[in-house]
Design a protein. Structure first.
Length: 250
């Protein structure tokens, strides 16, 4: 397990290297460290503005080589969002390091968690919240698959689908309470009563009765989250959702 001072040393070394790199014109700390909220388990999040778009491939290669050669990276993953490339590294000391690269003209704060270290940042739009209708669609799509999996005796796949549905319902709960909805970031700040009800949606075994119980619990919360902002949609979807979750469904 990495130590906080080790994390700070790695962050400082990466920033120092970027200052010397003429291809990079700006650098920002993002994530929890940018707003003084990092803790013992926080990772490193850095964003860089690249002078010319045609330099992106070379920079990605060079900083990847640096992470493997100097900082003990074991593997990496690319997350692409528009022209932003987030290269996420898993280090041998279990530290996560996220390095984001984007052409200079599109560099700026995509979220409130952004602290400029050097260079300049453009004024750009923050990432919008997840579209509620899309989250709702994924929730009922998972629900449709839950029923089929339970009836086919596919216990593990049913659990997977119930968990996927529950994740979407959690996002809806976070949206309604003005909390960060992506990747469950706001779930621990939901009201305790709501979290207790979400806990009932956890699958505790692969027995049919337990799968049906958890599915019913998640469905009940889903229906309530539909009713809060859009009663018309709730009225349309509720009968079908209740039929899906009925324990005696064919």
């Amino acid at each position: 397990m990495f130590k906080p001072d080790e994390r700070e040393k790695i962050r400082a070394e990466i920033i120092a290297a970027s200052r010397e790199d003429r291809r990079i014109v700006s650098c920002a700390i993002t994530g929890s460290a940018s707003v003084d909220r990092q803790d013992r388990w926080s990772d490193i999040d850095l964003a860089f503005a690249v002078r010319n778009a045609d330099q992106m491939a070379g920079i990605l290669k060079d900083y990847t080589d640096r992470m493997y050669g100097a900082h003990g990276a074991l593997h990496h993953l690319d997350v692409v969002s528009g022209s932003w490339i987030y290269r996420v590294f898993f280090l041998a000391n279990t530290l996560q390091v996220d390095l984001a690269f984007v052409p200079q003209k599109e560099f700026g704060a995509r979220a409130p968690t952004f602290k400029l270290v050097f260079g300049a940042a453009n004024s750009i739009s923050h990432d919008p919240p997840m579209q509620r209708d899309v989250v709702i669609g994924w929730a009922w799509l998972y629900a449709l698959h839950v029923r089929g999996c339970i009836r086919r005796g596919q216990g593990w796949r049913a659990e997977y689908m119930i968990s996927g549905m529950r994740d979407q319902v959690i996002s809806l709960c976070c949206l309604r309470h003005d909390l960060p909805e992506r990747q469950g970031r706001g779930v621990d700040r939901l009201p305790d009563t709501l979290k207790s009800r979400l806990e009932a949606g956890l699958v505790r075994s692969l027995q049919v009765e337990e799968l049906e119980r958890a599915f019913s619990a998640v469905t009940d919360i889903f229906i309530e989250e539909l009713e809060a902002p859009d009663r018309g949609l709730a009225l349309r979807l509720t009968p079908a959702l209740k039929e899906l979750a009925a324990r005696d469904a064919d």
